[in-house]
Design a protein around this ligand. Structure first.
Ligand SMILES: Cc1ncc(C[n+]2csc(CCOP(=O)(O)OP(=O)(O)O)c2C)c(N)n1
Ligand code: SF4
Ligand SMILES: [Mg+2]
Length: 336
């Protein structure tokens, strides 16, 4: 709730206005992800998403077009017209249809190339990518590993329900070894990929992991934590990824809310963790493979490093000084 009389808080329902009714099965974890995303957007503001002087300078030259009724300076909550939700294919890929922002749906595994081009040209927009574990780490794996090195600024939420949900429950890159599905009646023979470890080694500069399953027996509120991780990822300048341990009650009968509540543990409960230490992030990511199958949730890794737009500092001074606009635009167009 706003305390400044000149500011109005965007109501949560605005992020749902005019959207389709979700077609997900009852109890699907994708509902929780949608709620985490919209709550984080409600709690942040546009200036917070551009918290560095260089971004402010860029925006002052190339301001966001502001339709009537939405002024980013007087609202708390991120103005929907400044956000692009970019989905892949799969159950989680339907996500952009259910949120009142600009929305785009890309072919299977191809949401990152679109996000890359858009962010290169329009760093003033908030770009949120969203898809499943198959979308990100099977068909989209080449993009997943090559994208972060560009230092572009997007947030990517990957729903790790450990199956191909939309195509009726085949094994996916996150499926545990031995998982029984129609396609693997004797149990999946392969070991799962470790997504957080891949993210660390490929240069994602913010890595979070969430699992929304209510409160654990120790009173740990998994939804509250997920919203906080989402907010940090959204304000992070650079490529941020959140691995969402998400339920698929229709095809993954093992990862139930009860199972998650027994196994999730906030990172802080496991002792001091330095999120700038990639070895520490790597260790956290490996705990689920050990006895006890602990799923640590929270921020695994968080560093600042030079971004794509900072590297192109030949462009920004031109824009800031307001000189030679044509030349700057020509350079930017090269990345369109
Ligand atoms: C190029 C291409 N190959 C295959 C498919 C079929 N297909 C649609 S969704 C999907 C897998 C979805 O699994 P995941 O990404 O984990 O999303 P979920 O449904 O589990 O949320 C596949 C293989 C497709 N749509 N396009
Ligand atoms: S099949 Fe699974 S992932 Fe897809 S909507 Fe149903 S519960 Fe959700
Ligand atoms: Mg999946």
């Amino acid at each position: 709730m706003s305390t400044n009389p000149d500011q109005t808080a965007i109501p949560l329902k605005l992020y749902k206005e005019g959207t389709a009714d979700p077609q997900w099965c009852p109890g699907c974890g994708d509902f929780a992800a949608l709620s985490v995303y919209t709550e984080a957007l409600r709690d942040l503001t546009n200036p917070e998403l551009f918290n560095k002087p260089s971004w402010e300078a860029y925006r002052s030259v190339k301001p966001i077009d502001t339709p009537d009724g939405y002024c980013q300076k007087t609202f708390i909550g991120v103005a929907p017209h400044t956000i692009v939700t970019d989905g892949g294919i799969g159950c989680m890929g339907q996500f952009p249809q259910y949120v009142n922002t600009n929305a785009v749906k890309m072919p299977h595994g191809r949401l990152l190339p679109f996000a890359a081009g858009l962010n290169a040209m329009r760093p003033d927009l908030t770009i949120f990518g969203v898809g499943g574990d198959g979308d990100a780490f099977a068909i989209g794996a080449a993009h997943m590993i090559n994208f972060p090195g560009w230092g572009l600024n997007i947030t990517y939420l990957v729903a790790n329900n450990r199956v191909y949900g939309l195509t009726k429950g085949q094994t996916a890159p996150g499926s545990p070894r031995g998982m029984v599905t129609k396609g693997t009646p004797y149990g999946a023979p392969r070991y799962p990929l470790n997504f957080a470890r891949i993210a660390v080694s490929c240069g994602w500069t913010f890595i979070g992991r969430i699992a929304v399953c209510g409160k654990t027996k120790d009173g740990f509120d998994t939804k509250r934590q997920a919203v906080e991780v989402m907010k940090k990822a959204l304000v992070h300048r650079g490529p941020s990824i959140i691995i969402d341990e998400s339920e698929c009650p229709t095809y993954n009968k093992e990862m139930t809310p009860e199972y998650l509540r027994e196994h999730v543990m906030p990172v802080e409960a496991l002792g001091a963790h330095d999120p700038t230490d990639e070895n520490a992030a790597y260790r956290l990511a490996g705990l689920e493979e050990k006895e006890g199958n602990i799923i640590p949730t929270g921020v695994y890794y968080h560093i600042e490093r030079e971004t794509f737009h900072e590297r192109l500092d030949i462009i920004e001074p031109l824009l800031i000084a307001g000189r030679n606009r044509e030349e700057a635009e020509k350079l930017l167009t090269m990345f369109a």
